[in-house]
Design a protein around this ligand. Structure first.
Ligand code: CAA
Length: 258
């Protein structure tokens, strides 16, 4: 499908999705969010895609929800349209792994979109923030919840209450991002990580993602039980036999997603 606010390339089983609204620093308007949720659903179904990379431009991953589009909405409209609810739920329902490759600004909904991905690798020029308080609102795409789980209450409060920006080095120290790389190498480095993920057994990858995500939704005891059952279930796959025998035979595994 052709999209107006996204560019998509598929190579080596990795879909690289670029947000493409340069005139508004990739601000998330309803068209972009709707196209993104469609594109992710398509990627989820596409057998040529085993890992997804979501990125923006060198200046901005995304500078937040589109303020022009929102400014004059009434409370009734925000509620009746379930502002951002359906679109972000469709995005987080993606089963295949999504890596956010963040350069430049990831603010407000942009930071929240990055956090809705499975992990974030950022460039050394990245700036994260939840500056919605400066607009008389608060985060509305999961920021108060996901940022708090990612970096803890104290730093999350600091970000949400002051609206300050967090640089890449601090984001790495705080655990918001998994790696920081030089800006010029962001896409090649993230694509290499994505290709490594794409080479593995897809059953193991999808279940690992599901189990980690379960940790945010349930108690420790239930989460551990869920993981244990999934782990045990993987012994019913050919990929488990292949993976373990390849190790014992000192060769590379040939996973077949069976
Ligand atoms: N929505 C709509 N347009 C935006 C935008 C946004 N969130 N962020 C930037 N733009 C537009 C600007 O209006 C400007 O357009 P024009 O050239 O037509 O005037 C263009 O992008 C370039 O932006 P700037 O001239 O402001 O660029 P800058 O380099 O001087 O500043 C910035 C960059 C610091 C990111 C600044 O643009 C900024 O502060 N943006 C808003 C950040 C923000 O408040 N985000 C939160 C939005 S609310 C939200 O996201 C709610 C939620 O949780 C769901």
């Amino acid at each position: 499908m052709a999209y107006q606010t996204l560019n998509i390339e598929i190579d080596d089983y990795v879909a690289l999705i670029r947000l493409n609204r340069p005139e508004a620093l990739n601000a998330l308007n309803s068209q972009l969010l709707s196209e993104l949720s469609d594109a992710l659903q398509e990627a989820d179904k596409n057998e040529r895609v085993r890992c997804i990379v979501l990125t923006g431009s060198e200046k901005a991953f995304a500078a937040g929800a589109d303020i022009k589009e929102m400014a004059d909405k009434t409370g009734v409209e925000a509620y009746m349209d379930d502002l951002f609810g359906d679109q972000i739920d469709r995005i987080t329902a993606t089963r295949k792994p999504i890596i956010a490759a963040v350069a430049g600004y990831a603010l407000g909904g942009g930071c929240e979109l990055a956090m809705a991905c499975d992990f974030i690798i950022c460039a050394d020029n990245a700036k994260f923030g939840q500056p919605e308080v400066n607009l008389g609102v608060i985060a509305g795409i999961g920021g108060t919840q996901r940022l708090t789980r990612a970096i803890g209450k104290s730093k999350s409060m600091d970000m949400h209450l002051t609206g300050r920006f967090m640089e890449a080095a601090e984001a790495e120290r705080a655990g918001l991002v998994s790696r920081v790389v030089p800006a010029a190498k962001l896409i090649p480095e993230v694509m290499a990580v994505a290709r490594k993920i794409a080479e593995k057994s897809q059953i193991a990858i999808l279940t690992a993602k599901e189990c980690v995500n379960r940790s945010f939704e349930t108690t420790l005891r239930e989460g551990i039980l869920f993981e244990r059952r999934v782990f045990q279930g993987l012994f019913a796959t050919e990929d488990q036999k292949e993976g373990m025998h390849a190790f014992l035979e000192k060769r590379e595994p040939q996973f077949r997603d069976r």
